[in-house]
Design a protein around this ligand. Sequence first.
Ligand code: HEC
Length: 110
Amino acid sequence: MVLNQPGLQYNNEGSAMKKLVIFAIGSYSLLMVVSLVFAQASAGKLTAQVCSACHSTARICEKLGNRKPEVWLQTVERMKSNGAKLSAADVTTVTEYLATAKPGSKPVCQ
Ligand code: HEC
């Protein structure tokens, strides 16, 4: 029978392997996208939580999308000296969030 030829068997295994590799790469990329979305969501929550302690987040919302990352860093550092409770890691997380969030992004914007 044709299927019992060693060459064909090898080819079948090869294509199964190829499918497995494609599946693995596909799943991995999906996982990366999902974890990025989750990271963005939790950074947003942290920002809204920490940055609403003294004033409304509307003040922040109106600036989303029109400040350079280094200016956001200055803002966040200044808020820290105003008394915002932020660890060094939080400063990075919040600054990255503010520098990349699109105008109107929830939960900073309501
Ligand atoms: C401990 C109180 C406090 C916290 C917490 C706080 N702020 Fe402020 N924020 C202030 C004060 C006081 C001002 C006005 C004086 C100033 O601008 O430093 C202000 C003003 C601002 C302004 C308007 C001035 C500007 O730069 O356009 C923005 C934007 C702002 N804060 C963003 C933030 C962000 C982002 C966070 C979270 C990292 C935050 N604030 C957390 C006290 C706080």
